[in-house]
Each structure stands twice: as structure tokens, then as C-alpha cells.
Ligand binder design. Structure first.
Ligand code: PBG
Length: 327
């Protein structure tokens, strides 16, 4: 057979396959979500997220130390407060659950990188991501609350803040308040293209943040839209975002690719709770090899153009990278 070009030459063994990989990633590109519950002592399994835990403030460092033992040096913090009210005032409390978690982590592990999710939905008694006016979230009134919250995280020692609320103008509002208080060097990771997704279900059960009426379609994006993602990202760039995000990840690989091509900022993807839960459930049912599907999903997200990934699989993925299975 006269075949000059044989692509299989580059697939002959593991060594040459690993040499020729086009997509490279490392444990440095992984961020692990940690849930801290103000009312809890010790840790408690999260029923909707098999393998994940709620941590009390007394043992949040256990979560950190586990990350570090796998080579994962970065987390994003979510808080479950003891008290909720109409405006979510526990979100910016000086001694709120996230603020105390940051201090606890930083006291023991100053180099562990702490990102905070900035949103109101875990803190409001109605479960929406901001202050209500009737049955609508009042955009402009909410900006002040988000900015206060981000500032309180920075004051407690957060390395980076990540607004996930999808209010218009929140990046500019947060940047202004951080700068006024001397936090010019705290970067903003904006949840730029965040879709109104059914894939957040297990998270809302875990964080107690499901809206008590209606849905989030008035502020999160319509899954039908691509160009709108570009518009949201361009606005966030103009408002001073330091990093962009697409969320969810696997169902939105097209948006990840287009955002990576169109913008120069580092791009984060969030493999959300429903993506994780589906893999765990199918693996538990014996339908798929969960480890390999986890690896392939992460590779796909990076191949699409993400530079970093928030994932409940961070520790397992870091192990797979160290083994050379992926990365
Ligand atoms: C808060 C927030 C949500 C998630 C991250 N930040 C829930 C939501 O928007 O309803 C979802 C994360 C996940 O599903 O893993 N607004």
C-alpha cells in the first residue's frame, strides 16, 4: 500500500501520544468548590453531590489540606449562613460564614488561593440573587449589596472575588468599591456568560439557594444565545473584569471556544453540579467508567479553550494529571 501520510504513526504508544498532545493542563488550572456551613460542626456529606461535603468552620481546613495533598492549591468558597433575610445581609457581615472561613484558611495556609463566590441567593430568604422590587430583582439596588459583599471578602483576606449574580454593571460596581478601599490588586473573576441552566439543581439543593418562587431567567442568560455571551463578556472586559467565565461547561463548549478566540483575558469554565452529578450517577449505575468520563470531559473543556476549570472533580483530576492519564 502506497500510503505516505499515516496519522497512526503518532498514536503508536503511550509515550508518543503524550508527546503529541495538543491540549495541556496541570493541577494549577484546577479550582475546587468548598461549601462552608455556619451552623455545622464537623463535616457532613451533601446528598445531591455524592462525594462532596459541607464543612463547619471548625474543619474547613480539612478540606484545604485534602486539596493540598492532591496538589490543588485553589478553591472557590460558598457559604451557608445561619440567618437569611430579604436583602441577604449575612452576605456582607464582617463575621459572616465566608469571611470567617477565609480568615480560618488564611491563618493556617496563607498560600492557599481563596476565591469567593459573590452572590446573594444563599443569603436571601426568597432565594433570588438580589434585592427584590415586587417579584423582580432590582438590578441597581443589588449592585450596592454585591459591592459591599465583595469588599467584606477582600477585607477578610480573599485573594479574588467572583460575582455570579448576573446583575448588569456589577463588575464596575465591585471594582470601584474595591479600589476605593485599597484593594486595587484583588482581581475580579466574572461569571460572564452564565446561563439559566437546569444543571445547577444539585448545587441549589446543597447551598439551600433555590428561588422560592419563579426562576432566574430574568437575570441569567437564555441557553439559546451565543452572541449574547459575546456581549456579556465584552461588557465585563469594559467594566474591568480580570478573568472571564463560561458556565456551565460541557453543554456550552461552543461558547467557551468563541469566548477564548474573541477575548485575551484568562478564561475559566465551571463544570457545574449537574454535570458532576450525572457522571457520578451513571458511574454508580454501572453505565459508564466514571473516571474515564471525568477525564474526557475535562479534556474537552480545555480543548474548547478554557484556561482553568472549577470542578468538584478537582482532586481526582489532579491525580489523573500527575499519572499522565491526561494533561
Ligand atoms: C450562585 C451560584 C450558583 C452556582 C454557582 N454560584 C447557583 C445558581 O446560579 O443558581 C451553581 C454552581 C453549580 O451548579 O455547581 N448564584
Amino acid at each position: 500500500m502506497d500510503l505516505t501520510i499515516r496519522p497512526r504513526r503518532l498514536r503508536g504508544n503511550d509515550s508518543i501520544r503524550r508527546l503529541c498532545r495538543e491540549t495541556r493542563m496541570s493541577p494549577d488550572s484546577l479550582i475546587y468548590p468548598i461549601f462552608v456551613d455556619e451552623t455545622l460542626q464537623g463535616k457532613r456529606p451533601i446528598p445531591s453531590l455524592e462525594g462532596q461535603f459541607h464543612y463547619g468552620l471548625d474543619c474547613v481546613n480539612e478540606a484545604v489540606e485534602e486539596c493540598l495533598s492532591h496538589g490543588v492549591g485553589r478553591c472557590i468558597l460558598f457559604g451557608l449562613p445561619a440567618h437569611k433575610d430579604a436583602v441577604g445581609s449575612s452576605a456582607w457581615a464582617e463575621h459572616g460564614v465566608v469571611q470567617e472561613a477565609i480568615r480560618t484558611i488564611k491563618a493556617a495556609h496563607p498560600d492557599f488561593y481563596v476565591i469567593t463566590d459573590v452572590c446573594m441567593c444563599e443569603y436571601t430568604d426568597h432565594g433570588h440573587c438580589g434585592q427584590l422590587c415586587g417579584h423582580e430583582v432590582d438590578n441597581d439596588a443589588t449592585l450596592e449589596l454585591l459591592a459591599k459583599t465583595a469588599l467584606s471578602h477582600a477585607q477578610a483576606g480573599a485573594d479574588m472575588v467572583a460575582p455570579s449574580d448576573m446583575m448588569d454593571g456589577r463588575v464596575a460596581a465591585i471594582r470601584a468599591v474595591l479600589d476605593q478601599h485599597g484593594f486595587q490588586n484583588v482581581p475580579i473573576l466574572s461569571y460572564s456568560a452564565k446561563y439559566a441552566s437546569a444543571f445547577y439543581g444539585p448545587f441549589r439543593a446543597a447551598a439551600g439557594s433555590a428561588p422560592s418562587f419563579g426562576d432566574r431567567k430574568g437575570y441569567q442568560m437564555d441557553p439559546h444565545n451565543r452572541k449574547e455571551a459575546h456581549k456579556e463578556c465584552a461588557l465585563d472586559v469594559a467594566e474591568g473584569a480580570d478573568l472571564l467565565m463560561v458556565k456551565p461547561a460541557l453543554p456550552y463548549l461552543d461558547v467557551i471556544r468563541e469566548t477564548a478566540d474573541a477575548f485575551d483575558l484568562p478564561l475559566c469554565a465551571y463544570q457545574v453540579s449537574g454535570e458532576y452529578a450525572m457522571i457520578q450517577a451513571a458511574a454508580a449505575a454501572g453505565l459508564i467508567d466514571g473516571h474515564r468520563v471525568m477525564c474526557e470531559s475535562a479534556v474537552s473543556i480545555f480543548r474548547a479553550g478554557a484556561n482553568m476549570l472549577i470542578t468538584y472533580f478537582a482532586k481526582e483530576l489532579a491525580d489523573a494529571m500527575k499519572e499522565g492519564e491526561i494533561g
